[in-house]
Design a protein around this ligand. Structure first.
Ligand code: KG4
Ligand code: ZN
Length: 341
């Protein structure tokens, strides 16, 4: 069978990224230009600045990606792009770029949901097995789902308020750590001990998650201690927070593995770069004799290679988009699965 090369574009948040992926697995070229340092000055992503920077950088990222590719752009089979969810202005830059390339080179256009991209990052160094239980933990999402096949997925639960990544970022901010907070919390936690008693997030019987209570508790604790001139042990607090936040995830994953009997588990999304989370999930999987997969850290946070992987089954099914494709800021995985799978 002829090899399929997909050029993929990802601009949903603060990374301008392009990749060329062969047969939904092999990353032939990848460029990730992050705006992190700029947004760090404001303590978080500023949407208006993000979209302007994507506009400035996208052509350079395309040029750089094509330089890394051993073939000509004409040999690419399709153009894939993240159209949802994310920051609207940022998504639009990628969508317009993809449509233009599709028109100029007469290649089919493939619309990819960003969260599906995170899931498919697991196809790069491994093959996703079916059925798998999947946990997606990112800056925007916390979702637990069953992957029955590439076109049959079931949502078991989602966060009912904040996402876990968002809470890592908020807690880091209140502890005066730079954006993005997740990696800084992880670093501090590694030097601390679990000495703060924190509320357990959601001790219910569903597969849903809730992080707003833990977030508020952390913010109030830091403010109260600061007002009283009490010294906060930042490393210990980060360690206790990380353990509590991860426990919420492992508890629900353990319950799902027990109840479904599924023998494959995949972890995905930016927060899956966290080594403590990876190790805790690995332990649960060992306990239930479940195969554990997580992408290489490079493919956990936002990148276009994962979009190229997620586009491949759509290419094979000839599910192409037309030029009426528009960006959607809020189409999460639940809406996507309900509409498409
Ligand atoms: O998937 P991603 O790159 O973007 C979204 O789709 O949201 O995820 C970004 C999130 C941020 O909240 C960031 O703080 C978090 O992933 N993150 C981490 C780590 N690395 C990134 N959280 C905890 N520990 C990490 N090492
Ligand atoms: Zn993401």
């Amino acid at each position: 069978m002829k090899d399929v090369y997909i050029l993929a574009i990802e601009t949903s948040c603060d990374e301008t990224s392009m990749a060329i992926v062969k047969n939904g697995k092999k990353v032939e070229a990848l460029t990730i230009l992050t705006q992190m340092d700029t947004h760090a000055n404001y303590g978080g992503v500023v949407p208006e600045i993000a979209s302007r920077m994507h506009t400035e950088n996208i052509t350079l990222v395309l040029e750089e990606t094509l330089k890394k590719f051993s073939k000509k752009i004409e040999e690419i089979d399709a153009i894939a792009v993240t159209y949802a969810p994310g920051l609207l202005g940022s998504l639009l830059v990628g969508v317009e770029c993809a449509k233009t390339l599709s028109l100029v080179y007469n290649k089919p256009l493939i619309a990819v949901n960003h969260t599906m991209g995170h899931i498919y990052a697991n196809n790069i160094d491994n093959d996703i097995k079916y059925p798998s239980l999947a946990l997606i933990v990112s800056g925007g999402h916390t979702d637990l789902l069953i992957l029955n096949s590439p076109d049959n997925m079931e949502i078991l639960g989602s966060t009912i308020d904040d996402s876990v990544g968002e809470v890592f970022d908020k807690v880091a901010r209140v502890l005066n750590m730079p954006y993005p907070g997740g990696p800084n919390i992880e670093k501090a936690a590694g030097k601390g001990k679990n000495s703060y008693e924190l509320p357990k997030p959601m001790m219910d019987e569903t597969y849903n998650f809730s992080y707003s209570g833990l977030k508020s508790y952390m913010i109030n604790l830091v403010h109260n201690e600061t007002q009283r001139n009490h010294k906060i042990n930042i490393n210990d607090l980060a360690c206790s927070f990380q353990i509590t936040a991860v426990e919420e995830l492992t508890r629900k994953v353990e319950k799902a593995l027990k109840n479904t009997g599924i023998k494959n588990f995949i972890l995905a999304g930016g927060v899956s770069a966290n080594n403590y989370l990876r190790a805790e999930m690995q332990k649960i999987c060992e306990k239930y004799n479940v195969e554990f997969h997580v992408p290489n850290i490079l493919y956990c946070t936002d990148n276009a290679a994962m979009i190229g992987c997620a586009a491949y089954p759509l290419f094979k099914a000839r599910k192409f988009a037309d030029f009426s494709l528009n960006a959607k800021s809020s189409e999460n995985i639940k809406n996507y699965v309900e509409k498409n799978l």
